[in-house]
Design a protein around this ligand. Structure first.
Ligand code: G16
Ligand code: MG
Length: 218
C-alpha cells in the first residue's frame, strides 16, 4: 500500500525549467556563446553548481572557482527575479487536485527537490500548505541520482521507503527513487524515463485510485 507521495518540484508541480533556461542563456550570451533549449535538457534536476559546469563545458570555457561562484550567483539572482513573479497560475495541470486528493486519503506528502529556491516557489504558488515535509537543496549534501533527498523525505513523514512513490521528470530523479527502494512515476516521455515503474504525461493522469491499481501489491 502506498502511504507517502514524494514530489520533485521543477517539471512535476511547476514549470520553472523555462526560468532556469532564460537565466542560464543570459549568462552564456554574456560569455559569448549560444545556449539552446536542447542544451537546457541536460540541466534538469541537476544542482546549480553542476549545471554551471555543464554550461561552461558546452561553451568550451574554463574559469577559476571564484569566477564560477560569481557566475552562479549572477544566474541565481536573475532566476530569483523570475520566480518572485510566479503565482498559482503556474502550477502544472493536475498537480493541485492530486495533492488535495492525497491529503484527503491520508497519504503523506513530501517535497524532494534539488533547488535551493524551493521554499520561495512553493510560497509564491500557494503550494506550501499541501506538504507534510519539505526537503530541498538546502537540506541535502548529495545530488540525485543519490537517494538522499527522498530518504530524508520518507524519514520526515515517518513512512518506510517500500510504501513511498516518487514523482519525477528527470532520469536522475527516477534513479534516486530506485536507489532509495521506492516506487516511481515518471512525468514526461517513456523514452527518457525508461527506468520508472510507470510514465504519464502529467499529474492529470494520476489519482489515488490509479495508485492503488498500479501498486496493488505494495
Ligand atoms: C531543480 C531544477 C534544476 C536546478 C536545480 C537547482 O531541481 O530541475 O534545473 O538546477 O533545481 O536549483 P537552484 O539553482 O534553484 O538551487 P528539481 O529537483 O526541483 O527538479
Ligand atoms: Mg525536476
Amino acid at each position: 500500500q502506498i502511504k507517502a507521495c514524494l514530489f520533485d518540484l521543477d517539471g512535476v508541480l511547476v514549470d520553472t525549467a523555462k526560468y532556469h533556461f532564460i537565466a542560464w542563456r543570459e549568462l552564456a550570451e554574456q560569455l559569448g556563446f549560444v545556449f539552446t533549449e536542447q542544451d537546457n535538457e541536460r540541466l534538469k534536476g541537476v544542482s546549480r553548481a553542476a549545471s554551471l559546469d555543464i554550461l561552461l563545458e558546452i561553451g568550451g570555457l574554463t574559469f577559476s572557482e571564484e569566477d564560477k561562484m560569481r557566475f552562479a550567483e549572477q544566474k541565481n539572482n536573475r532566476y530569483v527575479e523570475y520566480i518572485s513573479k510566479m503565482d498559482s497560475s503556474e502550477i502544472l495541470p493536475g498537480a493541485l487536485s492530486f495533492l488535495q486528493e492525497c491529503r484527503e486519503a491520508g497519504i503523506k506528502v513530501a517535497l524532494g527537490s534539488a533547488s535551493k529556491n524551493a521554499m520561495a516557489i512553493l510560497n509564491n504558488t500557494g503550494l506550501t500548505p499541501y506538504f507534510d515535509a519539505i526537503i530541498d537543496g538546502t537540506h541535502t549534501s548529495a545530488a540525485k541520482p543519490d537517494p538522499e533527498v527522498f530518504l530524508l523525505g520518507a524519514q520526515a513523514v515517518g513512512i518506510a521507503p517500500e510504501h513511498c512513490v516518487v514523482f519525477e521528470d528527470a532520469e536522475a530523479g527516477i534513479l534516486a527513487a530506485t536507489r532509495a527502494g521506492m516506487r516511481s512515476i515518471g512525468i514526461g516521455s517513456p523514452e527518457t524515463l525508461s527506468e520508472a515503474d510507470f510514465v504519464v504525461p502529467s499529474l492529470a493522469q494520476v489519482s489515488v485510485s490509479k495508485l492503488g491499481e498500479w501498486f496493488a501489491a505494495v
